[in-house]
Ligand binder design. Sequence first.
Ligand code: NAD
Length: 357
Amino acid sequence: MRAFSHRTLPASIVFGAGARRQLPALLAAAQRSRALVVTTPGQVGLGEDLLGLLGDRAVGVFAGARMHTPVDVTEQAVERARTLDADCLVAVGGGSTTGLAKAVSVRLGIPQFILPTTYAGSEVTPVLGETENGRKTTRRAAAILPGHVIYDPELTLSLPVAVSVTSAINALAHAAEALYARDLSPIVALMAREAIAVLAGVLPAIKAAPSALEARSDALYAAWLCGTCLGSVGMGLHHQLCHVLGGSFGLPHAPTHCVILPHALAYNRTAAPEAYAQIGAALGVADAAIGLQALVQALGGPLSLQALGMPQHGLERVVDLLLEAPYDNPAPLERSRLEVLLLNAWAGAPPHTGLQD
Ligand code: NAD
């Protein structure tokens, strides 16, 4: 056992099919009686269901959440919360909705109750990414971490298979990069290995039967573990690449993770051999990067940046942005290796593990 340090994030987690029905009691226990429900335009019906469930403990719905937490949307939600004199936020949706709840909560100092409907994992992290004037900035602060998370797998049954796959690989990326994080602790490593194994096992089941509650419950449990890994330790090249591609080129968040992860893992194969072997073992494959890309392909997930709308002439700019302020990563960031990685990811080619040389 190597030396380590570990900090547990303070949040209350409730998990189970139908757990959303505990919401009124959870608000009452927290002495909150004027909830503003936030969600995306596509999930406004779900927001209204929760409004009904909360009865006189809720004051309204704001259904304007958007990807990458634009500051102008946050300002509208803050205004609504102030007008309605809201004393807490109830967020029902994916990472975009959670991002909005965090952004409003940190501005107004009111608590958050998050009901995740994807596998993004943002609900258990003290991290907030916001966009303004085309630039995405990310900050980490204890006040951003939601205090209450209610995982109800019934809320994920409607998540389309294609979104389920990309969202789950987004989650898996948090666990995979945690395994080679400099600040990894043994308990985070346990969570990461468990999460990867559960996701690898359950995704084919979700593809075959998207409304099977047992498989959905397992996936959401794994997503919680993955999010906890993300909230606990630093992330490396993979997250930086996705941050740049999403923030500067507008690529969709979860599908970008899906394409990049095999390539980023391959980049770190020789620099982080122990983590690489653990990821492969948890996936149940001989080689983590090759096996992961094969899993994504079998699940019908995206394999190329080109298919996500990335222009080939933008790849050099991505490398420039990566090298401006590299994240801590097991393998040093080198222009020539990054160019190979990005070209392979753009074209949907197999990841370059170095074994091909
Ligand atoms: P999302 O929240 O944008 O959801 C994608 C789409 O799926 C939306 O249109 C939404 O309405 C729909 N949807 C969500 N759940 C559904 C369900 N159960 N049934 C049917 N449709 C559903 O996407 P996401 O991938 O969950 O989140 C992406 C955002 O989260 C990005 O902005 C990303 O930066 C952020 N994020 C932040 C962190 C963090 O720690 N700060 C972590 C992960 C992701």
